[in-house]
Ligand binder design. Structure first.
Ligand SMILES: [Zn+2]
Length: 344
């Protein structure tokens, strides 16, 4: 029995030594020290031994168990240390690798254009005004000489919240609100940039949401030549000192007379090319002298006060200035498009 125990001990220690994983060690423990293991088996046979032999074998069996358990524990610690060592080695930081580039954002092209236009008009003494994007029918249409049933309302089909509330179709209501707040005596000199909404089908040149900047100047003795002077300064600053402007007659319900402004084509210098469709001119914005009805509704006496107004689309300005061929680029947020226009 003594030999059997010594044999088992040697066998077990050898297996412990050979085990190369924590699971392998567990298997050895179960095999030799488990309730169904050979040592337990030996102990069960102790009944056949003499009184003198029993404690000797019992002691030996305990020593063998102890010995194997100790060996398993030592080996387990060694295996765990090795595993940790290996993991640390694999996860070590290679400081020679180049760092991932830090992505730095920048203003959206439209934001840059709007800010550039704002700066330009602030330089000419205009104030920046803002107003609500959900607007009343009164401010969006009626105060701008577009009574209910006016055919020009059809050109601005919009998203209605209720019968009397809608997503504003232009930034003109901000002009009506600003004039209305002045009591009909103070002059107004403002621009209003902001988002506007129309029920348009999105394509390369149309979007259901876009940006507008309108301008308004109301004072005594404001003339058409003042409008032309301001727009000429704007065009030269925005598109280059060599650009010419021309005004063509047009129609808007809130201005009388109304004009469209073109700038000379940069590509052909006015000779005519595919960009300007052979005309030498490119349409930029609309404007005109504030309609007497609009002045009157805002509390100004049209016999004493006059004014001019104009409106432009920053998308169109950006498309012309940077050769962007599709308005949807501004709204789909493709980083490859946007980052081309981040200023350094
Ligand atoms: Zn041209």
């Amino acid at each position: 029995m003594k030999e059997r125990l010594e044999e088992l001990q040697q066998e077990a220690l050898k297996k412990v030594d050979q085990a190369d994983s924590v699971q392998g060690l567990k298997d050895v423990r179960v095999e030799y020290l488990g309730k169904k293991g050979p040592i337990t088996e030996v102990l069960r046979g102790m009944g056949k031994l003499s009184k003198e032999e029993r404690p000797v074998i019992g002691q030996l069996a305990n020593d063998v168990r102890e010995h194997i358990a100790q060996a398993i524990e030592t080996k387990q610690t060694a295996l765990e240390d090795a595993a940790l060592e290996k993991q640390l080695e694999e996860e070590s930081i290679d400081v020679t690798l180049p760092a991932r580039p830090v992505k730095i954002g920048g203003p959206h092209l439209l934001t840059s254009i709007v800010e550039e236009i704002e700066d330009l008009f602030i330089g000419m003494g205009f104030e920046i005004k803002e107003g609500p994007e959900v607007e009343t029918d009164y401010y969006n249409f009626e105060a701008l000489n577009l009574p209910k049933g006016h055919p020009a309302r059809d050109m601005q089909d919009s998203f209605y919240v209720t019968e009397e509330l809608l997503m504003r179709t232009h930034t003109s209501p901000v002009q009506a609100r600003t004039m209305g707040a002045k009591d009909g005596s103070e002059p107004v000199k403002m621009i209003c940039p902001g988002k506007v909404y129309r029920r348009d089908t999105d394509d390369a040149t149309h979007s259901h949401q876009f940006t507008q900047i309108e301008g308004l100047l109301v004072d005594k003795n404001v003339r058409m030549s003042d409008l032309k002077g301001v727009l000429n300064a704007f065009a030269k600053q925005m598109f280059g000192a060599d650009r010419e402007i021309r005004l063509r007659p047009s129609f808007f319900p809130f201005t009388e007379p109304s004009v469209e402004m073109d700038i000379s084509c940069k590509v052909c210098g006015g000779k005519g090319c595919s960009v300007c469709k052979g005309t030498g001119w490119i349409e930029i914005l609309g404007g005109g002298m504030v309609h007497p009805n609009v002045l009157e509704m805002a509390g100004y006496d049209p016999k004493e006060y006059s004014g001019f107004a104009f409106g432009m689309g920053p998308e169109r300005i950006a498309m012309l200035k940077y050769g962007v061929d599709d308005i949807r680029h501004f709204y789909t947020n493709d980083i490859r498009f946007l980052e081309q226009y981040h200023k350094a």
